[in-house]
Design a protein around this ligand. Sequence first.
Ligand SMILES: C[C@@H](CNC(N)=O)C(=O)O
Ligand SMILES: [Zn+2]
Ligand SMILES: [Zn+2]
Ligand SMILES: [Zn+2]
Length: 521
Amino acid sequence: MANQSNPVKKVPIHLQSSQNRILIKNGKIVNADKMVDSDVYIEDGVIKMVGCNLIIPGGTRVIDATSMLVMPGGIDPHTHLELEFMGAVSVDDFYQGTKAAIAGGTTMIIDFALPSKGESLLDAYHKWRTRATNKVCCDYALHIGVTSWSDEVKREMEELCKLHGVNSFKMFMAYKGVFMVNDSELYNSFETCKELGAIPMVHAENGDIVFENTKRLLKSGINGPDGHALSRPEEVEAEAVNRACTLSNQVGSPLYVVHVMSKAAAEVLAKHRAKQIKQNGNTKIYGETLAAAVGTHWDENKLTCWHDAAAHVLSPPLRADPDTPNFLLNMLASDKLQTTGSDNATFNKDQKSLGKGDFTKIPNGVNGVEDRMSVIWEKGVVSELFDPCRFVAITSTNAAKIFNIFPRKGCIDVGSDADIVVWNPKGKRIISAKTHHQAVDYNIFEGMECHGIPEYVLVGGRVCVDEGQLKVVQGHGKYVPTPTHSEFVYNNEKVSEIEVIDESKEIKALKLQISPPSSVT
Ligand SMILES: C[C@@H](CNC(N)=O)C(=O)O
Ligand SMILES: [Zn+2]
Ligand SMILES: [Zn+2]
Ligand SMILES: [Zn+2]
């Protein structure tokens, strides 16, 4: 402590490390609501000034963002790092998974602490905190799984909200005998979330139908990876989405449906959202889809070898309908879906081999935490289905609003954390397991050419991608409490206003910048 004899020594500002002070110049700032040509001045990990001709102290590092977009770092609301699941532990841990996230322009993840059978919610929460602390390279928050129901579970949900910065709980309508809860338990958990000002989340598939279909398929001798999708067709997902929306409407609670993977499910969710908007002027139902669902689909012709097929096994499954990716992208463009996650749960080839001869034993999960931003940019913005503002909304801002960390996260504004990606729309890269930063030995986007890459990524004001070079620091990330009673969810604020997407001048200007690959420098 400073006292008369040794007053606090303040390092003169011009001698403080320039790492502390950064000016991002000549870029175009893209927030969810607008784009503007402006500079950003950062000090001590926080955005201090936004504007032109800023007066800045000496020793400030200047990043030239000419012809580049300055966007909020991605927030991935759905990851499973170091998850024990189906007899394996996902290979991307909190260090390598967050390192890969940053490499792709994501600067915060929200992971799931899932209690195993008999484990309390609080024990799961503390286990995940222990795993992540001192390993994460970027900030993180936690959703907690509710895999059974009792008065004790209810009490623990309250304690997690009031004392541990949790505001979201995931209930599984599938994985019978492992995570699955029934409708009364869903009803009670939704009601408790409403009392606490928390967000109930669901994995929406009818687990009983999956269970019975699986028995029938195995008995008929269908045991390969294709049996996985056959056991849970689109209507099995759509039925559960419908049930979850009805339950939330009856309880009067919000609802966040994770990994919407099919046209049928997306349509049901959109119908319930429209009904609430018609009745109440707004809706508290939100839908998330995945980079996997918009970046690829279940292609029998491509998935010839067992490993390729098993690598693409997740739940709900990738759909065979080749129109699914575009359909879901249009749902994102028109605000019928609000967020994009990766659902990154990566299992290597030898782990996936646990399911040889019995598809129910293939550990479910795919990669995505590194490539989510590039895949959404390529499939959404480059193909002109939505503009960069909408890209920011669905990859960062909407998740920040729903999970109540906006505007600290999810926007470029004075006072916000300096989690920033400087995006080079003219850059390009080919996605491959040979070059990705993840631990897993395959990549479901293998060979995809993406236009648009992160040139710089700032994590809490630290430059962790510097002219494309990855310079992460293990343990640099912190746990971010997510407070209850998000005003966007509980005070009926709209999460995102959708203007009709027309050929705005920004799109034209951007299109000119994203020149065809031949002339890409
Ligand atoms: C447990 C986790 C596994 N990943 C997946 N979607 O198959 C999930 O269901 O979200
Ligand atoms: Zn799930
Ligand atoms: Zn293969
Ligand atoms: Zn998941």
